[in-house]
Design a protein around this ligand. Structure first.
Ligand code: FES
Length: 66
């Protein structure tokens, strides 16, 4: 699923960046250029990041989602 239409950034790319250490929206923006145009994707990206943190917390940090 595409999260950022302006920059064609997918949910999968966000998950990959998070698994590689991006833990905030600022990190995602720096790595992927997320939200650099209209910013409409930021709420969805925040939800995605929060879900990943919850899943990783439940599974332990060694069992990352991708
Ligand atoms: S949808 Fe992400 S910057 Fe516009």
């Amino acid at each position: 699923m595409i999260v950022c239409l302006c920059n064609a950034i997918s949910e999968r790319e966000i998950i990959q960046a998070a698994n590689e250490g991006a833990s905030t929206l600022e990190h995602l923006s720096d790595r992927l250029n997320l939200g650099a145009c209209c910013g409409a994707c930021m709420d969805c990206a925040a939800d995605c990041l929060a879900s990943l943190k919850n899943i990783n917390r439940k599974n332990g940090d060694s069992a990352k989602i991708l």
